[in-house]
Every structure is written in C-alpha cells, then in structure tokens.
Design a protein around this ligand. Structure first.
Ligand code: URA
Length: 442
C-alpha cells in the first residue's frame, strides 16, 4: 500500500518550473514554507524566482502562491468581527497622500477602514513615514487593537510588522538582487500576501501609471490591475482597481511633514484639486464595492464641512497623537528655500517624476539604506502642471532643503522639460477594472 505522496525536493520543483510546467499546490506550499523557515537556500529561492519570471505563473499558480505567502504569517480576519471593514492600496508614487485623506473621509461617512501602511520604497514616499510626523503617534497595531480602534473611531492606521507574510520579506529581498522585481505574478503575490492579511471585506487598488509609477507603461499597469482584482476575487475578497496618473507629482507637496499638512488642508475642503479628485473617485469605488450608498456630494460635504478632518484628529488622538498638536498642526520645513524657475518660455512637456522622487530621497526625505533616519522637513512644492504654458522666469517648484546644495538643486531643475508646442495632458483618473466573471468574490 502506498502512503501520501512525498513532497518533492527543491531540486525537483526547480527543474519542473525551469521546464515551464505549472507547479501544483503542494509544490508551491513547499517552496513558501522553505522561504519562511529558511530550509530553502537563497540560491534555490533565487532560481525559483528567475524561473517564475521567465516562464511565468498562471492564474492558479499566482493564487496558490499568494495564499501560501499570506498563510506564512498572521491573519487578522477583521471582516469576521466587523463585516463592513474596507482597505485601500496604492502602488506608490511622488506626493501621493490619498490614503491619509481617504481613510478619515470614509470613516466620517460610516465606512470602517483599516490600513497597514508602509515606509518609503525607492523613489516613492511611504504613508507610515508621513504619519510619523505626528507627535506621539503609535503605528504598531495587533488585531485586538485594530478592532478596538475601528469600533471606537472607525479607522485604524498601522504599520506592517514582522508577523505579516514573513515569506514575502525574504522573497522580496531576493527579487531585488536577482532582477525579478517586475514579474507581474510575483508582484501580485507580494502585494496581496500583505494586503489581505488584515482580512478586509473589500479592497480598492490605486494603480499608478506614468513616469513615477512602479510599472510606468499603461498596458503593464492595466495587466497588474487585472491580476490584482482577479486574484482577490478568486480568494473571496471584493476588489476593484483604478488607473491614476503618476507622470507628475500628485498635488502640490512632496515630503513627509509637508504632505501631512497638505492632508489637513484636503480634509477641510482645501488642497489641490487633483488630490481631492483622486480621493473622491477611489472613495466612491470603495463605497460601491462595500455596497454602501454614498454619493460624490455626500463625500464632498464631509470634506467641506470639516467632518473628515474631525474624524482624522479623533483617530490620530486614539493612536497616541498629541491633542494640542492635532488641534493646530504645524511642522517646520527645512530652512534652505530655493525657487526653481523656468529657463525659457514654452509648454511643460515632461516632468521626470521618478527622478524627482529619487532626488527627494538623496535630499534626506527618504532612506538610502534600511534603518536610515529621514528628514521630515525636506519638501518639494510643485507649482505647475503638465501641458501648461510657461513664461521664462515663472516658478516651477520650490525646494526646502536642510542645506544649500548647488549640484542637487541643478538636478532637481533638470527634471522639468519645456517644449515648443503643447504636449498631451495626462488623464488624471483612468478606467476602473473589476474582476472578470468567474471569480469567487462574495
Ligand atoms: N510592493 C510590494 O509590496 N511588492 C512588490 O512586489 C511591489 C510593490
């Protein structure tokens, strides 16, 4: 009599994937368990990542990989305790503070929202870094604390800790050094293994396109959006994705303290119209997914009346934020203010936005190495929009640096490309992608 089939060895699994064959659940679980426990070596995992990046993973393999990575760590199952809880994810960019506005806006309108945020990565800013400008705020959450906050103030903003998807930590670090970061199935499994760990009932994905997007090309961004929502649906999570523009900074301000202050302005009906628009669209998408009858006018009222701001202040205070500071938020910007001027007349044709993000990191707004301290006061104020007519000497942007640095300032200035004719104006909010029929979303 034969017993249960033996788990194939790493060698057998790797040979199979290298030959282009689809892996089954047992094989995928073996490699994820090996990543989490350390029983698979870096070279074996690197070989798997390269084979997967070249040969691809089909929808079933992508789902199995996501689920196995998700199950490698803590799962909070928040929707089991609070069925309406929702979440939002952005693929990241420069000046993107939409999560910070959207969460209190939805909480003010009765939709509980829990979000585990991250630190800046590469050229993109991180929501956790922005929030840490709030004196006293604590972002460490566990399931009970998150549920308590959701019940008390309707929102919980945390930072993803080591207990969430440990297999991803190792695989992500190896992708970084094996040239396999931009494989779509690997990206999807990585994002979802963390995003689905809180167990929200519905998730909206803001998938950026354009120069500073994780995947700049429109078709690649669309593919990523499709794979994210289809995989969610197959795992029983309602999901939608929205393509939004990242070919220029979103809104006016980039930099941790400055973006937090811009968030307060948006939450009381002010702030840049582009950021408000992206926030409203994503909030409507999320309300529709959650089956909550909210319309644009109700959301706009929550911003304009200051109710969204009150909800933010209440939530941050519940997480330790100093009440006196929250009542009158002020943060110093770095002292060396430098205005970048248009060297000639013309039309703003291109902004090297990814490079702007990298220069912000170089100026101290982000980390060059994990564990580096960041300078919250470093900021960039973006004063123009793509397609705009410019006159020679017009202000393009304003920098706030810790100290004068002529070379860095020149590199910032070189990010603005002025042409002789009006170029295309990017579409700020693009299409919404919903799961294709056949998913198991409930
Ligand atoms: N963010 C993630 O968490 N993982 C990826 O692979 C890409 C972006």
């Amino acid at each position: 009599m034969s017993g249960p089939a033996a788990v194939p060895s790493p060698y057998e699994i790797l040979v199979r994937k290298r030959a282009g064959r689809a892996l089954d659940r047992t094989e995928i679980r073996a490699l994820v368990a090996g990543a989490a426990s350390g029983s698979w070596s870096d070279s074996q995992l690197g070989a798997f990542l390269m084979a997967a990046a070249i040969r691809g993973l089909d929808r079933r393999e992508t789902r199995e990989l996501t689920l196995a990575m998700l199950e490698s760590g803590e799962r909070w199952e928040l929707a089991r305790a609070l069925p309406g809880v929702v979440d939002k994810h952005s693929t990241g960019g420069v000046g993107d503070k939409v999560s910070l506005v959207l969460a209190p806006l939805l909480a003010a309108c009765g939709l509980p929202i829990a979000m585990l945020t991250g630190r800046g990565l590469g050229h993109t800013g991180g929501t956790a870094d922005k929030l840490e400008s709030v004196p006293g705020l604590r972002l460490e959450l566990d399931r009970e604390r998150a549920l308590g906050l959701l019940r008390e103030v309707g929102m919980a903003l945390g930072i993803a800790t080591g207990g969430i998807a440990p297999a991803d930590r190792r695989l992500y670090a190896l992708r970084d050094v094996t040239g396999t970061v931009d494989s779509l199935p690997l990206i999807v499994a990585s994002i979802l293994s963390k995003k689905l760990a809180t167990g929200a009932a519905a998730v909206v994905f803001d998938v950026k396109t354009g120069d500073a997007a994780f995947l700049p090309g429109m078709e690649q961004a669309r593919e990523l959006a499709r794979l994210l929502v289809n995989t969610c649906a197959e795992l029983g999570v309602r999901a939608a994705a929205r393509l939004t523009d990242m070919s220029q900074p979103l809104g006016e301000w980039s930099g941790n303290a400055a973006e937090l202050l811009e968030t307060f302005a948006l939450l009381e009906g002010g702030g840049p119209p582009e950021t408000r628009e992206v926030t409203l669209v994503l909030a409507l998408d999320l309300a529709a997914l959650a089956g909550v009858p909210l319309d644009r006018a109700a959301l706009a009222r929550a911003l304009d009346s200051g109710r969204a701001r009150e909800s933010f202040v209440r939530a941050l205070a519940a997480q330790g934020g100093e009440r006196a500071w929250l009542a009158r938020p002020e943060l110093p910007l770095a002292p060396h203010e430098r205005v970048l001027l248009a060297p000639r007349s013309g039309w703003l044709g291109k902004v090297q936005t990814r490079q702007l993000g990298l220069l912000m990191v170089a100026a101290g707004a982000g980390r060059q190495r994990p564990g580096d301290a960041i300078d919250p006061g470093v900021a960039l104020r973006y004063r123009v929009r793509l397609g705009e007519r410019l006159e020679a000497g017009q202000e393009l942007a304003r920098l706030y640096l810790r100290r004068a640095d002529a070379d860095l300032e020149a590199r910032f200035a070189a990010c603005f490309e002025i042409g002789d004719a009006p170029g295309p104006v990017p579409v700020l909010v693009g299409e919404e992608l919903l799961p294709e029929a056949g998913g198991a979303a409930g």
